[in-house]
Design a protein around this ligand. Sequence first.
Ligand code: ADP
Length: 446
Amino acid sequence: MFNKILIANRGEIALRIQRACRELGIPTVAVHSTADAEAMHVRLADESVCIGPPAARDSYLNVPAILSAATITGADAIHPGYGFLSENASFAEMVEAHGLTFIGPSPAHIRMMGDKIAAKTAMASLGVPLVPGSDGAVADIEEARRVADDIGYPVLIKAAAGGGGRGMKVAFAPDELEEAWQVARTEARTAFGNDAVYIEKYLDRPRHIELQVLADSFNNVVHFGERDCSLQRRHQKLLEEAGSPALTAAERDALGATVTAALSKLGYRNAGTLEFLYQDGKFSFIEMNTRLQVEHPVTEMVCGVDLVREQIRIATGRRLGYEQADVTFSGHAIECRINAEDPETFSPTPGRVTAFHAPGGLGVRVDSALYAGCVVPPYYDSMVAKLIVHAPTRAEAIARLRRSLAEFAVIGIKTTLPLHQRIIQDPDFIAGDYTIHWLERFVARS
Ligand code: ADP
């Protein structure tokens, strides 16, 4: 086991990782910006190091400062969490070059999956089904026209280096293609410094279904079922469920068999998530995330697994020690992402939290770094809490969610709690009848 783990992140995920480390008896080092000196992840850590001023590029993305913090504190491994440096292959390489362990996949796999074109090519060659689209990058508008005519409108132009829903534009008809093309390329260049784009068929009513996997260094790959993350606004997930209300156990097993066989052939290691669009009974791969995901707790609740603990064990070179048949699913779990945002305009609402009360009781989990008196700084992601409920059935999970949301109090700043209260009362949601486009329409009409 590791002697000490540095957690290169902040907020609820830094706490989440600390908790796993503590249960394993491993001391942790927190890093923080000057804006986070009083943050919960710093207060609860065994040691902490200030790595720079508030702006993420000067602190949580400041590689030399993070590596120095690991060296001076004697940490022998770094957990990147999600966001920030978690999918930065060069960072993973530098961690290893310093003789430390990066708790995650190999830099080569991070790099491969970070380029969505390379990811799709690799997955196709391993027998994973894709969304129909261009064969790799599209060089110019003439080629874009040919591809779009070939697969049929509407089409989606996507950035090869994309993430967070940026660099993505739809063209519903041929006369919209040129503008969508220009906008997607410009956005990709500005956001990612790489204007390579590709084209996919734009699906009109898919669900977003993703599969959680763990792999050890001996080609053992196991999946932990699916999460349904169709409830999105601007391609950002807001509420996630495990399992999907739309999937049968047979469909899950078939997808799981395809995915685990592919990743075993690839020699993938540690945690990963394959994202699919699911429409008309068909799965189409869109991307792979080579890290822990925000929504991992719903999987933990239904499978009874601690995914962070498993990540750490795998990173020490241990075997999984269990097989697919040992993974069982029990009940239903739902997660609400609670953001420091106005629930109507979605503009961020940083500021001081004057009072905080988290719900509790059977089957309720709150992952948050908030406390009464803390300040939500304006510099980082607006997600401040995750409320996760688990119950034997989906209907009972919704009932538990309703009462937990009613108990939850975050005073001093506006949050998206009221939005979740409205979503879970909607008959479509209660029936599990929604696609990736549902939430945008719900927000527009309410
Ligand atoms: P990012 O890495 O920016 O999150 P993804 O490729 O994961 O981009 O896509 C994000 C979301 O965009 C998906 O969850 C889905 O809602 C939507 N999306 C992506 N590809 C398509 C497509 N071909 N048709 C319809 N919607 C899509």
